[in-house]
Ligand binder design. Structure first.
Ligand SMILES: Nc1ncnc2c1ncn2[C@@H]1O[C@H](COP(=O)(O)OP(=O)(O)OP(=O)(O)O)[C@@H](O)[C@H]1O
Length: 311
């Protein structure tokens, strides 16, 4: 059974089709990346999944049953992009207050906070005020307050913004650990390198529509351009062949070759050897998610506007 299923969700504002018939399903324990350019509809989708507002049309199923924000919200942890911490409150008190608000007893909350503060090296922060924290520090605090009540579904909007590489890695590791323990994670970002490393499944939205859905591996296979990087002992002088085309000018004794239609890697290797090349490496070059993202969304205007649809 899926932990979360979105079926034909629609949310229209006065002039914008912010989310226009989007469906996807997420299995328990998976890390799901919700991607898209600015204004694509990601926040609007997340707000429906977190019960902040209802979809105009469509259905959300949580553990196979219609999503009931009043009941299910206690099992969801949401870290929004615009951070919602009380600036004047002390950090320890704030974490305690938020954990109790999400249903933990004071004892449970204290135990959880201690564990997380030690894990993320925040023990000395207890008596600081939020307004005294740097952007990255408040990001860590917000992460802790999102996951403290052990939600089944954790939704993180741009979780790494403001974090240095060391703290990004710490949070990345914690996200993996939470997923290993069974939590399902949705995270929304435009930073593709993080998605490649972390996500099991991705959905790309653009102009309110879903334009891609699959595992990172599937998506890369779907958009591959049959390119291979070949390393040589010495750069060979290659003759024209119907098997491949040289895709770059070559450096460091290596060339990128594009295999022509009707041929495979074996034919490339045979041709190269016949032409006297001495090969020492041969690797497929898959497109990065960044390349795919840019290819799919480049040049498309922001969210679909009613006026354009009507005219
Ligand atoms: N309250 C609102 N009223 C009218 N239009 C809105 C409202 N909120 C969002 N929109 C529009 O809906 C579209 C989708 O916005 P949304 O915030 O969901 O995008 P996003 O993918 O989260 O963008 P970003 O990556 O920039 O945060 C945008 O065109 C936005 O202008």
């Amino acid at each position: 059974m899926h932990l979360l299923e979105a079926r034909h969700l629609k949310k229209y504002y006065a002039t914008q089709k912010a989310v226009d018939d989007i469906s996807f399903a997420i299995e328990p324990g998976k890390i799901f990346g919700l991607l898209g350019p600015n204004g694509a509809g990601k926040t609007t989708l997340l707000r429906m999944i977190t019960g902040i507002f209802f979809p105009d049309e469509g259905q959300i199923l949580f553990e196979g049953k219609p999503f009931d924000p009043m009941k299910d919200i206690a099992r969801i942890g949401y870290m929004p992009e615009e951070r919602g911490l009380y600036k004047k409150m002390k950090i320890g008190e704030q974490a305690l207050y938020l954990a109790q608000l999400r249903g933990l007893s004071k004892t449970e909350a204290m135990a959880g906070i201690k564990e997380w503060f030690v894990k993320l090296e925040m023990e000395s922060w207890w008596n600081k005020k939020v307004e005294d924290l740097s952007k990255g520090m408040s990001q860590k605090l917000q992460f802790v307050t999102t996951v403290l009540h052990q939600p089944k579904l954790i939704i993180l909007d741009e979780p790494f913004s403001g974090l240095d590489p060391v703290n990004s890695n710490v949070i990345k590791e914690e996200i993996h650990e939470l997923a290993r323990k069974g939590a399902t994670i949705i995270f929304s970002t435009h930073r593709m390198e993080q998605v490649e490393e972390i996500c099991d499944q991705i959905v790309l939205v653009n102009k309110g529509k879903k334009i891609l859905d699959g595992t990172v591996k599937e998506v890369k296979q779907q958009y591959k351009q049959h390119l291979f990087r070949v390393g040589f002992e010495a750069m060979p002088a290659l003759e024209q062949t119907p098997v491949f085309t040289v895709a770059d000018t070559g450096r460091d004794h290596a060339l990128t070759l594009k295999i022509n239609e009707g041929y495979g890697p074996n034919a490339v290797l045979q041709t190269l050897i016949q032409q006297g090349a001495v090969i020492h490496s041969f690797n497929e070059v898959l497109p990065s998610l960044n390349d795919i993202f840019i290819q799919l969304v480049e040049g498309t205007p922001a969210t679909r506007q009613f006026s354009k649809v009507i005219s």
